[in-house]
Design a protein around this ligand. Structure first.
Ligand SMILES: Cc1cc2nc3c(=O)[nH]c(=O)nc-3n(C[C@H](O)[C@H](O)[C@H](O)COP(=O)(O)O)c2cc1C
Length: 190
């Protein structure tokens, strides 16, 4: 084999850069989160991998609710700060305008064009992290980033993260329509 062996600790593709919000007493706490994935179709479940040492872990277990906020590229410094500093040391809620939706227990960031509020439904313990499974209760979006009522990445200008080189990326352009662009080949071969 001519390929280079990169070892075990590989990530390869970019992950979304989000801010996970939890209530922290009378205020809120936000941590940067890249390890986020959709985990089920219906009910709509998300899973977030969060280190056991983070304040967020404690707050999630207490509140059983959280928000996922999608920042834009111009929020890059605030996002990075939320990934560098723990809420145990600094009040990170001061960086944003905090508001609440239906749940009333998941702090949302007004400056983020899309935010979801989630109810915690399950926790799976891993050696260093917990997998927190949340059900999406509502998603709130700014009208400007929607096309035909759906989030449009071209308008959103989201941040992506690659590891282990630890870089932020932007999305450049759409490459094709999913569940569609392969139809030509499918028809040709059938
Ligand atoms: C871009 C970025 C993404 C991150 N993603 C995660 C992640 O997915 N899971 C995790 O446990 N920590 C992640 N971190 C680290 C936490 O955000 C960081 O340790 C934070 O200070 C924890 O905050 P807290 O103690 O207030 O909960 C990330 C950091 C950065 C900069």
């Amino acid at each position: 084999m001519e390929k280079t062996d990169l070892g075990k600790n590989t990530f390869i593709y970019p992950m979304p850069v989000t801010l996970l919000g939890t209530k922290h007493g009378e205020t809120a706490n936000f941590m940067a989160l890249g390890w986020l994935s959709r985990a089920n179709g219906n009910p709509p479940l998300l899973v977030a991998g969060i280190n056991k040492a983070h304040l967020t872990t404690e707050l999630l277990k207490q509140n059983k609710a959280f928000s996922i906020n999608y920042p834009t590229v111009d929020m890059i410094k605030e996002v990075d700060y939320c990934g560098l500093v723990s809420g145990r040391k600094e009040d990170k809620s001061q960086l944003f305008t905090v508001e609440y939706g239906k749940l009333g227990s998941a702090p949302l960031i007004k400056e983020c064009p899309i935010s979801m509020e989630c109810k915690l439904v399950d926790v799976y313990e891993m050696p260093t992290h917990n997998l927190f499974v949340g059900e999406i209760i509502s998603t709130y979006a700014d009208e400007e980033i929607l096309t035909g009522g759906k989030p449009d990445m071209g308008k959103l200008n989201p941040l992506l993260l690659t590891m282990p080189d630890n870089n932020y990326w932007t999305v450049e352009k759409k490459a094709g329509k999913a569940w569609n662009i392969g139809l030509e080949l499918k028809n040709m071969r059938s």
